[in-house]
Design a protein around this ligand. Structure first.
Ligand code: SF4
Ligand code: SF4
Length: 53
């Protein structure tokens, strides 16, 4: 998963990640627990997350 510059750090993606793989500082950061399920993409209000590695 890749997080673009449009990320506003709202934390929605982290709240919905079933694998608790996202930490938000200024922007969302995925860690090695991410399995690429794509759930976070659906919840991002600014479409900042893409499926590219
Ligand atoms: S793709 Fe799935 S596992 Fe990875 S960060 Fe998004 S919601 Fe979490
Ligand atoms: S839901 Fe989108 S805007 Fe919000 S922290 Fe996650 S990637 Fe950033």
């Amino acid at each position: 998963m890749k997080v673009g510059q449009q990320c506003v750090g709202c934390g929605q993606c982290a709240a919905y990640c079933p694998y608790e793989a996202i930490t938000v500082f200024v922007r969302a950061i995925m860690d090695e627990k991410c399995i690429g399920c794509g759930t976070c993409i659906k919840y991002c209000p600014v479409c900042a997350i893409s499926g590219d590695e």
